[in-house]
Design a protein around this ligand. Structure first.
Ligand SMILES: Cc1cc2nc3c(=O)[nH]c(=O)nc-3n(C[C@H](O)[C@H](O)[C@H](O)COP(=O)(O)OP(=O)(O)OC[C@H]3O[C@@H](n4cnc5c(N)ncnc54)[C@H](O)[C@@H]3O)c2cc1C
Length: 429
């Protein structure tokens, strides 16, 4: 009798989960199901561009239903609320419409192997006022909210003559890239016809709690980023430990205040809060699921975790890998090989991370990064076209992995020519 196909369920269709579902789907020994709370996938590393309005998010948005039909997996839309490890089922909440009517019932999805790829969120560290008065760029809805606030603030500035003030708390990739892209957006509002070109519509400040911006970056990269931010007239303050965010000001522990129209909270990343309540996973101090060297959770070898939801230490004494799309993608590629091999009775090699460096796109400030080619221990500073190509290659690989080479190449071409065709600065997302 033919053996029943294994049911592999992937929770979360983000940078890592979607690539994994697409690459497992071709396997004839498994039935693959992808679960996501949303009906479409958005490539998270471009959220700052959608927020700034320099790129239209529809170009990077793909329907999970269409992808499922195209790649051969099943898609279940719903919010994951719990996992029953004994029954080997995942409970999904009912799907509700915007008006609260139930569109899909609460249900259980059965699995033989489960992969948790539910991502992470920006923590507020208990700081007063963040939830009420700051925007966090964790999902597309946040980028849409920011863009609405930004357009309204800059229109007010055009009429009042006083620059709109944006304060960004956190000087990592999200903070520095968003700040740079806002300068591009500002230009879209300057009225050339009446020679407003010298008018300043926007003041941007980046506030960092550490003594230097971009904690963890090499000195060379930090200096290159600082030079570019200065060129774009973006203010930076270090040692700024923020105690509270108010409606119209950001307040440091020492009492220093930065008046603000919009505050963006972009300080750090922790695991998705839902991970704590799914079942009895062992978690690290950043609320991520602890996994072993084959990305299996420490409590159940049939359940794996990857990306921002996982805490993987390359060696027992090392710090866990950083929450990046680069890491999520490598872990997805590893599991696309390791899970079928395990099902077939084999023993996969351990997961090995290949750090390809840190790259930033600072809009008119250019692209810059530090890379360590061929697993070298030394970082090399790169900039210009080479850095831009390396930066874009992460999304290009994602598009090819998800759409296949032909469709992926068409999507990449459309993306490349889109900014001229589709300015995204509009009042409604
Ligand atoms: C502005 C910005 C810029 C970035 N730039 C870079 C960069 O240049 N390079 C880089 O490598 N990384 C970058 N990153 C980090 C990168 O986006 C993440 O590390 C990566 O997306 C993590 O992938 P993931 O698959 O673990 O999770 P995600 O991509 O976050 O996907 C998680 C998925 O789970 C779904 N989900 C969440 N909760 C539930 C639930 N309860 N039930 C069902 N579904 C759920 C979500 O809808 C989502 O589809 C950036 C991040 C941001 C915010």
């Amino acid at each position: 009798m033919e053996k029943r196909k294994e049911r592999i369920v992937v929770l979360g269709g983000g940078a890592g989960g979607l690539e994994l579902a697409c690459n497992l789907a071709g396997n004839n020994k498994a039935l693959v199901t992808l679960v996501d709370v949303n009906g479409s996938h958005v490539w998270k590393p471009r959220l700052h561009e959608f927020a700034a309005g320099t790129v239209d998010s529809t170009l990077s948005e793909m329907s999970f239903y269409m992808l499922a039909a195209m790649r051969g997996f099943t898609f279940e839309q719903g919010k994951v609320v719990s996992i029953d490890r004994q029954a080997q089922t995942v409970r999904l909440a009912a799907v509700r419409s915007q008006h609260g009517a139930i569109e899909g019932p609460e249900r259980d999805v059965a699995y033989d192997r489960l992969v948790v790829a539910l991502g992470g969120v920006t923590p507020d560290f208990g700081t007063t006022g963040v939830a009420e008065h700051a925007v966090r760029l964790d999902e597309k809805a946040d980028a849409d909210d920011f863009r609405d606030l930004f357009v309204a603030a800059i229109l007010r500035s055009r009429h009042s003559g006083k620059p709109a003030k944006v304060s960004i708390v956190g000087s990592g990739a999200t903070g520095t890239e968003l700040a740079s892209h806002l300068r591009v957006s500002e230009r879209g509002f300057i009225n050339q016809a009446v020679l407003e070109s010298h008018q300043r519509l926007l003041d941007v400040v980046i506030l960092e709690a550490a003594p230097e911006i971009m904690p963890g970056a090499s000195d060379g990269l930090r200096k290159a980023v600082l030079d570019r931010l200065a060129l774009l007239d973006i203010d930076t303050h270090t040692n700024a430990k923020i105690a509270a965010v108010e409606r119209d000001a950001v307040v440091a522990e020492g009492g220093e205040r930065w008046p603000t129209d919009i505050t963006v909270w972009a300080a750090g990343l922790v695991g998705n809060p839902c991970l704590e309540h799914l079942c009895d996973f062992a978690m690290d101090s950043k609320h991520r699921i602890a996994v072993d060297n084959r990305l299996r959770t420490t409590v159940d070898e049939r359940i794996y975790a990857l990306g921002d939801a996982a805490s993987f230490k390359p060696t027992p004494d090392a710090v866990p890998l950083p929450p990046t799309a680069q890491c999520a993608s490598q872990q997805a590629a590893y599991l696309a090989g390791a899970i079928p091999k395990t099902i077939a009775g084999g023993t996969p090699d351990h997961f090995e991370y290949n750090d390809q460096g840190r790259l930033l796109s600072l809009a008119r400030g250019g692209s810059v990064g530090s890379i360590s080619p061929f697993r070298s221990k030394n970082d090399f500073l790169v900039h210009g076209q080479f850095a831009r190509a390396a930066y874009q290659s992460i999304q290009r690989r994602h598009q090819w992995s998800v759409l296949g080479y032909l469709r992926g190449s068409v999507a990449i071409f459309a993306d490349a020519i889109s900014p001229a065709k589709s300015p995204a600065l509009k009042l409604h997302g």
